[in-house]
Design a protein around this ligand. Structure first.
Ligand code: SAM
Length: 240
């Protein structure tokens, strides 16, 4: 069943224009058809279409479903070229991140151009919204673009880890760190660009409590590392 993110004020449900187009022209919903909406408080409702023009629905019932991770996950990803970043945003959203911060580092292939960031951000947020709808999430991850690598020093997560290719090998350290995490804490994950991290960058984040971890014995592409890292952490957090 299709799901849309809406604004709700009591019984009044407000859709974005793009969503009304998708509902009426793509999904060809008819009067009486039902689908799900998630409001700004992450509450899920089954609604029924009462009018197509103007587009109106009525709430049928509220539904209780818990699809979000109980630990807040932030992915810091040094932006990759082409559609790799789009792919990482889509997959990390499906896997349950709460926030994605796109960074630039000394070996970035992509230089963040503040003049173009606004358009890029709007596109990234659309990707995250569609991936949240498809994966039945109750939130849309926040997407940020930050050219200042050192801004990561402000992260306040309980557990902060940097995927460091220089420590590629066994992964037991990652699991022992995750084992210590309890519900309602927070985790930050940092993944580097195709060219990897400079040692200065690794030293900087270590001073800011990021722990270097291995994602295994092989050297993964930047986008593979990001998706794998989020996937392993999300799966571990939902192991019971
Ligand atoms: N230039 C580096 C080299 O050739 O050794 C490779 C960088 S890798 C393509 C891109 C990023 O993926 C790295 O900065 C790191 O964050 C992550 N990564 C890839 N493989 C990893 C591994 N086995 N363990 C930890 N991190 C890894």
């Amino acid at each position: 069943m299709q799901r849309y993110f809406v604004k709700r004020h009591q019984q009044n449900i407000i859709f974005e224009q793009d969503d009304i187009f998708h509902i009426t022209k793509v999904m060809r919903v008819k009067k009486g058809d039902a689908f799900e909406v998630v409001d700004q408080q992450q509450a899920l409702f089954l609604v029924e279409t009462v009018s197509l023009s103007p587009f109106e629905v009525k709430i049928v019932e509220q539904r209780a479903v818990a699809t979000e991770l109980t630990t807040k996950l932030t992915l810091y990803y040094v932006m990759a070229k082409g559609d790799k970043t789009d792919f990482v945003i889509q997959k990390a959203t499906e896997l349950g991140v709460n926030k994605i911060v796109l960074l630039q580092s000394s070996r970035s292939v992509i230089k963040i151009d503040d003049g173009k960031s606004e358009n890029k951000l709007a596109r990234f947020q659309k990707i995250a919204k569609e991936a949240s709808e498809q994966s039945k999430r109750l939130i849309i991850p926040t997407i940020e673009i930050n050219a200042d690598f050192k801004s990561i020093g402000k992260d306040q997560s309980t557990l902060k880890m940097i995927a460091d290719e220089e420590v590629a090998g066994l992964t037991k350290n990652l699991y022992s760190l995750l084992d210590a995490i309890t519900t309602n804490q927070s985790i930050a994950l940092l993944v580097g660009p195709e060219g990897g991290f400079s040692r200065q960058e690794v030293e900087y984040v270590k001073i800011n409590q990021f722990i270097p971890i291995s994602l295994g014995k092989r050297i993964l592409r930047s986008e593979t590392a990001a998706i794998h890292f989020v996937g392993v952490v999300a799966s571990y957090l939902e192991r019971q």
